[in-house]
Every structure is written in structure tokens, then in C-alpha cells.
Design a binder for this molecule. Structure first.
Ligand SMILES: [Zn+2]
Length: 104
């Protein structure tokens, strides 16, 4: 199955502590069905001081399940489901709400 969400897409979070947030997909992990979204699923990690490193609190982004986000359609600006269709022998994604083609 082709991936519905790709790196660089704008997505909206549907559930969890970051519900309602919109940001860009930084990385996709198709084998795990997870993705990394900018500013979403941020956790704080305490690091111990090491040689040459002061230690302290660092913020890290964790991948979240792809099912928890939906793509934001560039045309109608809604969080939508996408479908696939073939245009000029190329498989493209389209918005199931307004039918706009998402891939250029
Ligand atoms: Zn749309």
C-alpha cells in the first residue's frame, strides 16, 4: 500500500496531548506506521553531565502512530482523508473532501 502521508506534508493531530496541533512531517517510518511531526509528541529528557557536556534537560521529539494524524488539504485547509488516483500515468493523492490533487 502506498503511503498516504509523506515527508513535508502538513498534518493535524487528532488525539492525544497534542490534539488539534498542526505541523510539518519531518520523517516517515513506513515499516512501523509512525511519523515524526515537528513540535508534536515532545518529551523532556534529563541527561547526566558527561565530559565536555554540561547535562540538563533536552527536548526530544518522538514518532507517533500515523493513525493519529490526518493530512491538511492545501486547497480546503481541512484535516481530510486522502485517496489515490492516476493522472498521466502517475499515482497522486487527492483530497476526499474537495477533490483537489495534493501531489503536484
Ligand atoms: Zn481539500
Amino acid at each position: 500500500m502506498a503511503s498516504k502521508i509523506k515527508k513535508g506534508d502538513l498534518v493535524k493531530v487528532l488525539s492525544g496531548k497534542d490534539k488539534g496541533k498542526q505541523d510539518k512531517v519531518l520523517e516517515v517510518f513506513p515499516d512501523k506506521d509512525k511519523l515524526l511531526v515537528d513540535n508534536v509528541n515532545k518529551v523532556k529528557r534529563h541527561t547526566k553531565p558527561t565530559q565536555g557536556h554540561a547535562g540538563g534537560i533536552i527536548e526530544k521529539l518522538l514518532p507517533l502512530p500515523a493513525a493519529r494524524v490526518r493530512i491538511v488539504c492545501p486547497a480546503c485547509k481541512a484535516a481530510v482523508r486522502v485517496g489515490f488516483k492516476t493522472v498521466k500515468d502517475k499515482k497522486v493523492r487527492y483530497c476526499k473532501k474537495c477533490a483537489a490533487v495534493i501531489d503536484k
